[in-house]
Design a protein around this ligand. Structure first.
Ligand SMILES: NC(=O)c1ccc[n+]([C@@H]2O[C@H](COP(=O)([O-])OP(=O)(O)OC[C@H]3O[C@@H](n4cnc5c(N)ncnc54)[C@H](OP(=O)(O)O)[C@@H]3O)[C@@H](O)[C@H]2O)c1
Length: 297
């Protein structure tokens, strides 16, 4: 039995779909207040619970061989939820999950972390710091651990959510915008994580990006080419990102995380590539194809 935590999210839901398609038995940890209808329709077993509720984790883990978790608080926090936080979910909640999985005798634990987690990004972003802390706990857990570390998602970082809005014709560029990144498709990451969950001898660390390297300035140019219109571009200076990510670290850790991640990626090109996707038989979506597709009406 595979327990997926975060199954009602975008990446988590896609991972579940791939596991179900491959005929694996899946249980999903779903918070009491969240609908599980779509998962039930797939034939997924539902365990009601919450990473912050240790008793619910022990119950959800009975008979589980493999845990896959994508669960995180940032999207809900940025949407204004007051009842979840990076500290309680991504830090303490993941700590609870690791301890409960170990106690339950789980064999394999697949943790969706982030590319760059051990290259200084955690110093600027509380979310990434929580991921690094969880990775450390997992390394000492005795379980077979797979750390999946994807680069920035195309659907988040090439989209209005991060300030690129082709419909409005506006684009935010973080810092100078000249550092290349490998934006990766959520669907490609989902297929990879589902394979890692059931592979015979998976790699322990999988740092991965998309097939194409693009700077933020090149991203804007690609949107302009795809729409045939110039965009109004606003740069957020590095110094603003640096100061804001420091000052907001305590009062607004989710916002601080976004600014810290944006600054880090403007300073450091990724050192990973798409080899893990290709090795798994996945033909990855280039960022430029995503951009062209996202502006089509
Ligand atoms: N965006 C990027 O560029 C990027 C890059 C690298 C790595 N990542 C990582 O990739 C993953 C993305 O996952 P996603 O797209 O599925 O995220 P998502 O759409 O934001 O979904 C978050 C999931 O976590 C669940 N969750 C939140 N708090 C919980 C709690 N206390 N207990 C149990 N579950 C809880 C949510 O449940 P509810 O529906 O009940 O709230 C939901 O299922 C994350 O781990 C992220 O850090 C993202």
């Amino acid at each position: 039995m595979i327990l997926v935590c975060g199954a009602t999210g975008d990446l988590g839901g896609r991972i579940v779909q791939h596991l179900v398609d491959a005929d694996h038995a899946v249980r999903a940890l779903v918070r009491p207040e969240t609908s599980a209808d779509a998962l039930e329709d797939l034939g997924v077993e539902i365990a009601r619970g919450d990473l912050r509720d240790e008793a619910s984790l022990a119950a959800a883990l009975v008979g589980v061989d493999t845990v896959v978790t994508t669960a995180n608080a940032i999207s809900r926090v940025l949407a204004g939820a007051k009842d979840v936080s990076i500290a309680s979910v991504d830090l303490t909640g993941n700590r609870n999950l690791v301890a409960a999985a170990r106690e339950a005798g789980v064999h394999r634990f697949v943790f969706v972390s982030a590319a760059g987690v051990d290259r200084g990004m955690a110093d600027r972003a509380p979310l990434v710091a929580a991921k690094r802390a969880t990775e450390r706990l997992l390394r000492d857990s005795g379980m077979e651990v797979v750390l999946a570390r994807p680069d920035m998602f195309q659907e988040v970082w090439l989209a209005p959510a991060s300030g690129i809005d082709p419909a409005k014709g506006t684009a935010l560029v973080y810092g100078k915008g000249n550092t290349p990144q490998r934006y990766v498709a959520v669907e490609d990451v989902a297929r990879l994580v589902a394979k890692l969950a059931v592979a015979d001898d998976p790699p322990r660390i999988v740092e991965v990006g998309g097939p194409e390297q693009l700077t933020r300035n090149e991203v804007v140019a690609a949107f302009e080419a795809a729409t045939g219109r110039r965009m109004t571009v606003r740069h957020v200076p590095r110094v603003v990102l640096a100061v804001a990510s420091r000052l907001l670290g305590r009062p607004k850790p989710a916002l601080a995380s976004l600014m810290g991640m944006a600054l880090h990626t403007d300073l450091h090109p990724g050192e990973w590539d798409d080899a893990p996707l290709r090795d798994a038989g996945i033909d990855p979506t280039p960022a430029s194809a995503y951009i062209a597709g996202s502006v089509r009406v």
